[in-house]
Every structure is written in structure tokens, then in C-alpha cells.
Design a protein around this ligand. Structure first.
Ligand code: AKB
Length: 337
């Protein structure tokens, strides 16, 4: 008999750290797949660790043979900045890899006869506002507005949202028997994520976590965006809560496959003010990278997350003040003591 487990891809990444800990706390049997080996603190939480690529179908077959998977958190991805330097590789990982995982989930659903719940983290990078004036006028962008991404990562995420909806509702629709419905695809568009435990790499929203971690270490930080740059953010505990909440809500409560999420949307100057107050030794300067600034300027200043709040009770615990006072500053201080 195959053991019933949760599959987490990209488990060694920023979201994976927090998610594995929470899943282990809930007593879930966890199988992971990452191109990097898990660090020991995570490896001891999982039933089995596979080190390899989401592009290796033979690898996925091995997991299928050994484990019965009924829930997938597909986190493996190249983020927006890194993807701009290697767009073809980003497409291979972000799109071909996701197609492999959706096929895997479909066949798994056929094999054990139950839908496989498939959680997919999308991003505010799916939005593409043409200029600062439009960004200001757009206010709280809804899911179906401005879906014109300007990055390879944003294009990948938007397409994979559609791919997931296809697998869930229209897969092989001309077949004799409609085999769709094996994959219960659920997706959320994360804002910039800030973790006290990990420092992200490869994101264009990373100026916020990078600034905080540098200040805590007493290192100077040259912020690559303007002080007036404003996008939505969320701290990692709320992101993990949202993933687990959306994974467990009854299917009939959901009116869409992709949901906006946000918690607070400070500009970079407001983040700097809180950081320098908390870490007086902090030294933040402004050295704008015009190309990365253009990416962030195409993302909304705020998003409308009322659908997530209505359909599945999304309610972030941390607003801007509490995120710093109760989570980021105490946890990061402890980390760098
Ligand atoms: C990135 O900056 O690429 C990500 C994102 C906003 O999805 N953190």
C-alpha cells in the first residue's frame, strides 16, 4: 500500500521553510522535491526527500510509484528578477515544470480515484500597469484587470493559472469520457513576501526583506527602488496560513481558481523609517536600478482581495505595524543575535 502524503515542490525555498514546519506540526506525511537538498532542520520533518528537477518526469514517476499523493503544494519557481536573466530556463522550470506536476496530479487522481488538491502560488507579477499615473489611478486592482505582465515570471504565472483551470475543468474535453476533475486546482496571487527566517533571492520585491535583514545585521543597504515605490506585501506566517486555509476549504465555496491576497502596502520610505527606528545602526541609501524599478512600477500599488475574504475567509493576522512589532523585529533580532 502506498502511504498517503502531501507533496511539496521547491521545499527548500522561502515559502517551503514555513510550510514544511506547519505541515509537520499538523502531523502530515510530507514528501518533498527540490533541486537542492533540504537543510537538516527541514529534512528531519519529512517522510521522504527527493532531490531533483520538476522537469524530470522519470523522477515524478518514482514518487508516484511509492506514495499516494492527495495534496500538492507546487512552490518550485524562478522569481521575477532571476527569470529576466535566464528567461528560457525560467519558462522550462515555471511552465514545463508546472505542466509535469499537473499531469502527475491528474494521473495520481486517476490512480486513487479522488481529486488531488493542487495549490499553486501565483503573484502580483501577473499584472502589468503601463505607467505610474495609471498605477495611481488603478487603486485596488481586481483579479481580471491589467493581466498584461511585463516579465517572463509574470507571463509564466498567468499562463499556469490558466493551465491549472484547464486541468480542473476542461482536460481532454473531446475524449470519450471527460477525464477532467481529477485536479482540484487552487491558486493565490501572493504580494511581496517578507520572512524573518529566510532572505529571498531572485525577486524584485526583495528590497523589503533585504533592507530589514541588512539592518538587523548592521550592514549598509542600497535600496534599488525609489522611496515612493508602493506595492502590496504580506509576512510569511500569513502566506502559510492562506495556503493551508485555501487547501482545506470545501470546493463548493470557491467561485474562482485564482485569488488576490494582500495584507499591507507601504512605500519603500515607510519601510525604511520602521527599519531604522528598530535598528538605529541601520544605514539605508537609495541607489535606484531603473530596470528593476520599471518592473515594480508595473505592479499594482494595491489589490482587491475581497473574493478571497468572501469565499474562504482569508484574514491576515499581521498589518504593517504588527508585522514589524510582533513578527519581523523580534524574530530577526533573535536570528542575528
Ligand atoms: C518577486 O519579487 O518576483 C516575487 C513576487 C512578487 O512574486 N517575490
Amino acid at each position: 500500500m502506498r502511504a498517503t502524503s502531501v507533496l511539496v515542490t521547491g521545499a527548500q525555498g522561502e515559502i517551503g521553510h514555513g510550510l514544511l514546519t506547519r505541515l509537520a506540526t499538523e502531523g502530515r506525511s510530507i514528501v518533498t522535491l527540490d533541486i537542492q537538498p533540504l537543510e537538516s532542520s527541514l529534512a528531519r520533518l519529512v517522510r521522504r526527500e527527493f532531490t531533483g528537477s520538476v522537469n524530470d518526469r522519470a523522477f515524478l514517476e518514482r514518487i508516484l510509484a511509492e506514495f499516494e499523493i492527495d495534496l500538492v503544494f507546487h512552490l518550485a519557481a524562478l522569481l521575477s528578477t532571476r527569470a529576466e536573466f535566464t528567461p528560457v530556463t525560467a519558462h522550462q522550470v515555471n511552465v514545463d515544470g508546472t505542466l509535469n506536476l499537473l499531469e502527475f496530479a491528474h494521473h495520481e487522481g486517476e490512480s486513487h480515484g479522488r481529486p488531488v488538491v493542487f495549490l499553486y502560488p501565483s503573484s502580483i507579477a501577473v499584472y502589468g500597469l503601463p505607467d505610474a499615473a495609471t498605477k495611481l489611478r488603478a487603486r485596488r486592482v481586481r483579479e481580471d484587470e491589467w493581466n498584461t505582465p511585463t516579465t517572463m515570471y509574470g507571463c509564466n504565472k498567468l499562463y499556469c493559472e490558466q493551465l491549472g483551470r484547464y486541468y480542473a475543468r476542461h482536460y481532454k474535453q473531446l475524449a470519450a469520457e471527460m477525464p477532467s476533475g481529477r485536479v482540484d486546482f487552487r491558486c493565490m496571487r501572493f504580494p511581496g513576501l517578507i520572512s524573518a527566517v529566510t532572505v529571498p533571492s531572485g525577486g524584485t520585491s526583495d528590497y523589503a526583506p533585504e533592507m530589514i535583514h541588512a539592518a538587523a545585521k548592521g550592514e549598509p543597504y542600497a535600496c534599488f527602488v525609489r522611496p515612493d515605490t508602493r506595492i502590496p506585501f504580506m509576512v510569511m506566517p500569513d502566506a502559510i496560513d492562506a495556503l493551508l486555509q485555501l487547501a482545506s476549504v470545501p470546493r463548493e465555496h470557491l467561485t474562482r481558481t485564482a485569488y488576490n491576497l494582500t495584507a499591507f502596502n507601504p512605500d519603500a520610505e515607510e519601510i525604511c523609517r520602521v527599519v531604522t527606528k528598530a535598528f538605529p545602526r541601520a544605514s539605508v541609501t537609495w541607489r535606484v536600478d531603473e530596470k528593476r524599478q520599471r518592473i515594480v512600477d508595473s505592479w499594482p500599488a494595491d489589490v482587491d482581495d475581497s473574493a478571497a475574504r468572501r469565499d474562504w475567509g482569508f484574514a491576515p493576522r499581521y498589518d504593517f505595524a504588527r508585522a514589524f512589532d510582533d513578527y519581523l523585529i523580534p524574530t530577526i533580532r533573535e536570528r542575528y543575535r
